[in-house]
Design a protein around this ligand. Structure first.
Ligand code: AMP
Ligand code: GLY
Length: 429
């Protein structure tokens, strides 16, 4: 098999690393890839959001399978473009990707199919109507920009002043771009969050191991939201009875609802859950694997990922053959100091030589690139130190020990990945 992976973050590095282990895989390209992926695949500098350029690339390379990491190409319709050409691809259609691309679409879908989620007060296309609606809500309130906003589109407002400020930034000052021109208001859910990701071919589905992401930049869930500072997976994260509830009240009705509406879903579906005292409820859908959840999931895979994804693309998923390593896994994200705000790049990264061999971890690169003989930082999230072990404690100890040997100027990471979250603060202000 020759495989094209679309994307250039830690998630894609983990996918490439795992795909490469398959005896069936003879070649992997990655567009655009990064400084770590280039050790495992041939990187091609094509923008991951540029569907016409990716179609041209696939026309030239003729991969047997294309695997899409990030949401942008999916929301831009890469799957539809490949489907008309009968090119095998893993990733949902543009229509199905609206589950992530439009929070109003996704909320209305959840309501139509009676799937548990936060109550919506309404959705609004103008700042005036949104301001007026604030008279009839309970506080605190969650406000969400409808479209893709690179993680900046959700806010927890304690009172009407905070709510008006966010609405003004999104709807009057255009700070979030087109994604912020429509907002929805919903109730706050309390509990612990869980990422439950499934892989489906439209008919059958296989759950991945459950994971938990740490979104805030600082220990104790302080500071602004990021793309994810770390994730872990463990056998203890989701008890069997709760897993059954998630499958029967959320996953199955979601897949049935999509099929019934004529939008069959193929690829990874990320269900972001809040485990509330009333049971699990949907916070959000993403049309892809999470990052860094994917790194923690891949670390526990004990099966041939290339074969599995080829089956999904061919619509012949056999859910019985997924084997997972018992125990736990961790992905600890090392970031540039300042992220998710302003940060500098181009810092030399030291300490990686021999680290995987010496410590048993995998280093998945996010924002790195080669500059001559040097490896330098090239983004906010830089590296994902990833480990798997029989227990969460062991996995954490391996990851932290390895991280202590890595150095770049202003390097930052959370010291409490995998810690019991207690009552998580919902969203950044
Ligand atoms: P979303 O983009 O919808 O995933 O929201 C980003 C983050 O905001 C989630 O991971 C949660 O931490 C938080 N969040 C979203 N909706 C709610 C809600 N209704 N109640 C509490 N927290 C929420
Ligand atoms: N880590 C959260 C996400 O990928 O959306």
């Amino acid at each position: 098999m020759k495989i094209l992976v679309v994307g250039g973050g830690g998630r894609e590095h983990a996918l490439v690393w795992k795909l490469k282990q398959s005896p069936r895989v003879e070649k992997i390209w990655c567009a655009p890839g990064n400084g770590g992926i280039s050790q495992d695949a041939e990187c091609i500098p094509v923008d991951a959001g540029d569907v016409p350029a990716l179609v041209n690339l696939a026309e030239r390379l003729r991969p047997d399978l294309t695997v899409v990491g990030p949401e942008l190409p999916l929301v831009n319709g890469i799957s539809d473009a490949f489907a008309v050409r009968k090119w095998p691809i893993v990733g949902p259609s543009r229509m199905a990707a609206q589950l992530e691309g439009s929070k109003v679409f996704s909320k209305e879908f959840l309501v139509r199919h009676s799937i548990p989620t936060a109550k919506m007060y309404g959705s609004f296309d103008s700042a005036e109507t949104a301001y007026a609606a604030l008279a009839n809500v309970s506080w605190p309130l969650v406000i969400k920009a409808d479209g893709l906003c690179a993680g900046k589109g959700v806010v927890l407002a304690a009172n009407a002043d905070e709510a008006r400020e966010f609405i003004a930034r999104a709807m009057e000052e255009n700070e979030l771009g087109p994604g912020g021109h429509r907002v929805l208001l919903e109730e706050v859910l309390e509990g612990e969050e869980l990422s439950f990701i499934i892989l489906t071919d439209g008919e059958r589905s296989s759950p991945m191991v459950p994971t938990r992401d740490h979104k805030r930049v600082f220990d104790g869930n302080e500071g602004p939201n990021t793309g994810g500072m770390g994730a872990y997976s463990s056998d203890q994260l989701l008890p069997a009875s709760l897993r059954e509830t998630v499958l029967s009240t959320i996953v199955e009705p979601t897949l049935r609802g999509l099929a019934a509406e004529g939008i069959p879903y193929q690829g990874f579906l990320y269900v972001g859950l809040m485990l509330t005292t009333e049971g699990p409820k949907v916070l959000e859908f993403n049309c892809r694997l999470g990052d860094p959840e994917a790194q923690a999931i891949v670390a526990r895979m004990d099966f041939d990922l290339a074969e599995l994804l080829a089956d999904v693309a061919a619509k012949r998923l056999n859910r019985s053959d997924l084997r997972w390593k018992n125990g736990a896994s961790v992905c600890l994200v090392l970031t540039s100091g300042g992220y998710p705000g302003k940060f500098e790049t181009g810092k030399r990264i030291d300490g990686l030589t021999g680290i995987e061999h010496n410590t048993g971890v995998q280093i998945f690169h996010s924002g790195t690139k080669h500059l001559g003989d040097l490896l330098v930082t090239n983004g906010g999230r830089v590296l994902g130190v990833t480990s798997a072990a029989p227990s969460l404690e062991e996995a954490l100890s391996m990851a932290y020990k390895a991280a202590a040997g890595i150095r770049f100027e202003n390097m930052h990471y959370r010291k409490d990945i995998g810690a019991a979250p207690g009552r998580q603060k919902a969203v950044a202000n």
